[in-house]
Design a protein around this ligand. Structure first.
Ligand code: 4NP
Length: 163
């Protein structure tokens, strides 16, 4: 059973310290700006437990804060079976996350599993690249992509809420 009649959105990556907490923070901010927060429940999780209990990676926090998004209160957790019943949309950052979620998904669960970047089709890329081991502007790229896809998802949710 779902907890409420709000729409639940869960962002998922591998460690829940870089991409998915960034998505959670950015999406929350943009939802707030549109006045949609009362209708949404937003969370993030990782497919693996390596970083459970940790705050987002310092590089993700710094990049997000430079755009006015504070990720410091978030703590990593692992996806669990209850998530497939509690959330309406579970959004994977890459193909490995997607495959993991599809394998875990209980047959009777209501959650729809998609690639997050399917909400930003103009980017012509399906995966948010993992910035953890990379250098350069990986964290900025994550923010750019996540902002685009968040806007796309919010556009769709806004249409549904208006009906
Ligand atoms: P994330 O990035 O999945 O975007 O949180 C990673 C974080 C940690 C690791 C890999 C990716 N790791 O191997 O520990």
């Amino acid at each position: 059973m779902k907890a409420s009649n709000t729409t639940g959105i869960l962002f998922v990556c591998l460690g829940n310290i870089c991409r998915s907490p960034t998505a959670e923070g950015v999406f929350r901010r943009l939802a707030d700006e549109r006045g949609l927060s009362p209708f949404l429940r937003v969370d993030s999780a990782g497919t693996h437990a390596y970083h459970v209990g940790e705050p987002p990676d310092a590089r993700s926090q710094k990049a997000a804060l430079a755009r006015g998004v504070d990720l410091s209160v978030l703590r990593a957790r692992q996806v669990d079976h209850g998530d497939f019943y509690q959330f309406d949309h579970i959004l994977a950052m890459d193909g490995s996350n997607y495959a993991h979620l599809m394998q875990m998904r209980p047959a009777d669960a209501g959650a729809k599993i998609k690639y997050f970047l399917d909400y930003a089709p103009h980017l012509n890329i399906r995966e948010v690249p993992d910035p953890y081991y990379g250098g350069g502007n990986g964290f900025e790229r994550v923010l750019d992509m996540v902002e685009d896809a968040s806007r796309g998802l919010l556009d769709e949710l806004q249409q549904l809420l208006r009906r």
